[in-house]
Structure formats: C-alpha cells, structure tokens
Design a protein around this ligand. Structure first.
Ligand code: F6P
Length: 336
C-alpha cells in the first residue's frame, strides 16, 4: 500500500516526530511505501513529492519545524492557477496519478476542514491534529502546545527580575489565535499576576486596581500575560493596547513584549515528542485497518480517533470553570 503524508498550516514543534511515528510504524509493521508531499496541499497540485524511507527518519525526533515544508490553506486556496480546474479536483486526480491510497494530513483547524472536504470526495484520509494553540476540537491536547507553553513560561520567568528591578508593569503577549490556552498555562506556570484570555471579558479598571493593590502589598511591579486574541478595540497588538491603557489608568511605567514566532520554533519537549510519536503510530494503525475520514485525538491519557465531521467548524475554547482559572482566582490572579 502507498500512503502520502503532508503537513499544512503553521508549523510547530513535534511535527517531524509525528512524521517519524507514521513512517516507522508503516515500514516496520506493514508493507507500506511512503510519499512525502512538500509544502502542504500545494505539493499535491505541483506533484512536488519525495519517497520517505527508514533513512529519511534519522534525527527527526528532536528537530523543530517540518521537513516536508508547509503552507497556509487560506493562501493556497486564494492563489490563482493557470489551469481551468478547481483545486480539490486537481488534488484528487494527482493523488490517483501518484498511486496514493491514503493521505495523512497533519495540521490545525483549517487543515482538518480541507481534509474533510477531500474525504467527502472519496479520498481516503487520516488526519493528525497539531498546533501550538491547542484549539482543535475533539482532542484534549495537540503536540506543539506543551513546547510553546514551555518557551512562553521561560520568557515570563525572565521578565520577573527586570520587572522587579525597575518596578515596572510588564505586559507579555503570547500566541493562541482566538483561544487563550497558551496564555492561561504559561501565565499560571510563570506566576503572572494578571492573565487576559479571549474567553473572558476584562475591565481595565480591575486590572489597574490589581496593580495598585500589589503596590500596597509591597510589590511595586506586575506581570500581565495577554493572549493575542483578546478584544483590543480594533488595535493590532494586544500587548501594545493593554500597556497603553494601563499606563494611562495607573501612571505606572509599563513595557510590552510580543513573544511571536519563537513560540513555534525549536525542539519539542519530551511530552510533545511522545504525544506526536503516539499519534503518528495510531494514524498508521487507522490506515492499516482502512478506517478513513478520521482525526487522531488524545482523550484523557489514551490516543484514539473521531470522525472528521465531528471536528470541523468548531474551535476548542477554555471552559470558564477550568481548574487553572479556579485555582488562579483563589490565589488572587486577576483574569480581568
Ligand atoms: O496557528 C498557530 C499560530 O502561531 C497562531 O498562534 C498565530 O495566530 C498564527 O499561527 C500566526 O500565523 P502565521 O504563521 O500565518 O503568521
């Protein structure tokens, strides 16, 4: 059997580990040939592919990014082709031409949606969720998230000493798209005093009161962790908006840090390596059992799968009774 594998959407730590999980399981247990497709779905238009062998898997476990390259689905769908066909039909034809009998798509929310569309065209598909944002519906965790949280936590740790030395308010903006998973987990792990997530409304006066209260307790500095997706009254950068509002409200000297793409780069944490490896292996087992149209998922401590139509058009937001929020509030963390 010949399987094709591609990575699509924003990269994250752990993708190469999952490619390795898929391929080594396929090579060691089944008579499967693997075709690596370059640059996401775009590679299925241009037939930009390579054969993946046991040798290609060397050194992948700890290597960040994706060896196959990636592209955003939105940009790819917008790109004009000089061919008079719609992209999904070209992809279907090229999959047949390449002799691919199942396509493994590794990606975030948009990848799941596009993969579902292809699956509805009778293309055998198995998907693996990946994103630092942890916002894919149907899986408790995505690999990439733990690595991003670890990087963001380290950054928050480092801000503490400079914040206290200068008696400043430090605002740090982390990624997460429309969800606040990274902000909540890194904010709590890094001892943030104020954590702002898109799932909860904030009031700038409450934030100001918290900062002044801390001053009265002998703590003349504060760390504010903001998710990039919070409401900013049309302003582009959440950190910049919050820093200006705080300075105006409290008169405290305030500085901002936008952590940006470092959160997506570098080597995966051991947790992400193992999750990625398990998910990759599970995807191959689904293929061997001809169980198509499904996304691999983590439920509790078990890797499992669910139908793609149960995943798409949804975003996994933080429930407001999340234990980290409840415990944070008990300890005086301000969530807005
Ligand atoms: O999906 C991961 C993510 O890093 C988000 O957290 C962020 O909003 C977005 O991608 C950035 O997208 P791009 O790579 O297209 O700039």
């Amino acid at each position: 059997m010949k399987i094709g594998i591609l990575t699509s959407g924003g990269d994250c730590p752990g993708i190469n580990a999952t490619i390795r999980g898929v391929c080594k399981t396929a090579i060691n247990n089944y008579d499967m040939d693997i075709i690596g497709i370059h640059s996401g779905f775009e590679g299925l238009i241009t037939k930009d592919v390579e054969e993946l062998t046991e040798k290609s898997m060397s050194g992948l476990l700890y290597y960040g990014g994706t060896i196959l390259g990636t592209s955003r689905e939105k940009a790819f769908m917008r790109k004009k082709l000089d061919i008079n066909h719609d992209k999904p039909s070209i992809i279907k034809q090229n999959i047949e031409d390449l002799g691919i009998e199942c396509l493994v798509c590794i990606g975030g929310n948009r990848t799941q949606t596009f993969a579902h569309q292809l699956s509805e065209m009778n293309i055998p598909i198995v998907t693996i969720p990946k994103t630092i944002d942890n916002d894919i519906f149907g899986t408790d965790y995505c690999f990439g998230f733990d690595s991003a949280v670890s990087i963001a936590t380290d950054a928050i740790d480092r801000l503490h000493s400079t914040a206290s030395s200068h008696k400043r308010v430090m605002v740090i903006e982390v990624m997460g798209d429309k969800a606040g998973w990274i902000a909540l987990h890194a904010g709590m792990a890094g001892g943030g005093d104020i954590i702002l997530i898109p799932e909860m409304q904030y009031n700038i006066h409450n934030i100001g009161d918290t900062i002044i209260q801390r001053l009265k307790q002998g703590k003349p500095y504060s760390i504010i962790v903001v998710a990039e997706g919070i409401e900013t009254r049309g302003r582009k950068r959440a950190a910049n908006f919050i820093a200006e509002e705080i300075e105006y409200e409290t008169g405290f000297e305030t500085r901002e840090t936008v952590l940006g793409y470092v959160q997506r780069g570098g080597s995966p944490t051991p947790f992400d390596r193992n999750l990625a490896t398990r998910m990759g292996g599970y995807a191959t087992e689904l293929i061997a059992n001809k169980s198509f149209g499904r996304m691999v998922a983590l439920k509790g401590d078990k890797v499992t799968s669910l139908p793609l139509n149960e995943v798409i058009n949804k975003t996994k937001f933080i429930p407001l009774d999340h234990e980290l929020i409840v415990q944070g509030k008990r300890m005086g963390v301000c969530f807005g």
